[in-house]
Design a binder for this molecule. Sequence first.
Ligand code: GUN
Length: 294
Amino acid sequence: MSRIDGKAAAAALRERIAAKVAAFRQQVGRAPGLAVVLVGEDPASSVYVGSKGKATIEAGMESFTHRLNAATSEADLLALVKKLNADERVDGILVQLPLPAHVDESKVLDTIDPSKDVDGFHVINAGKLAVGQEALVPCTPYGCIHLLKEELGDLSGLHAVVIGRSNIVGKPMAQLLLAENATVTIAHSRTRNLQEIARTADILVAAVGRPEMVKGDWIKPGATVIDVGINRLPPAEEGARGKLVGDVATEEAEGVAKAITPVPGGVGPMTIAMLLANTLRAAHAREGLEAPEL
Ligand code: GUN
């Protein structure tokens, strides 16, 4: 059994990206730019946005962070997105989710220029991924595929079970696995006999947001397990912070699986690395240059 070290994989990838950013700067005369937009003061989102800005600068890219008041109108947010679409210095645009309830999320996402949609959430990019065309791919599933290919090499013919059907993780994950010639089952909260289905997986991806739902006896011996969940348990004592756990009961799973991503330190660090990779790709495409191998 081994733990898949997402932190190390992300650090290695970010180093390769920084080298390609330097080459891009030399060739084009400017750095790739990433704009991140946060509406409101959700503490977790605020931390994510801060980390994204820091990683962008560390990669040698230009970072534009827009922190807007929670009361910002949909019209004002759409106006900002359009301004960023037109800004030549900006290659990637990310609007942090969730958005306040008074804003129509899909309207905002579909206003982003698809060529700058480094989250891969625009219907054009989701559609391109579904039909097998070159697309900007959502960062979390993209990171999971990267880890799986590093761990297993060829995924062809393996049975992958994805638990979760969100637009951010489950659905694009299934598409990416299919593109790697895996046999893919998408399971979700209404699936019957979920445990039995999970036990048939060579690759089990848990993306449901339920703390430690996947137990050791849900896992086929020798399977590779990717835990996308980030759940904070209630604190043991008042004033303390609850423990961070995934969707998989990691210790139980470790006795059964061949390899598993830990939480934290598995999928999480890969997400930001893939965001930088997408920004680099978008910058190359916008300059009419071929995407670099990473
Ligand atoms: N909120 C949680 N995950 C994500 C993500 O991958 N992208 C954006 N934009 N918001 C998120």
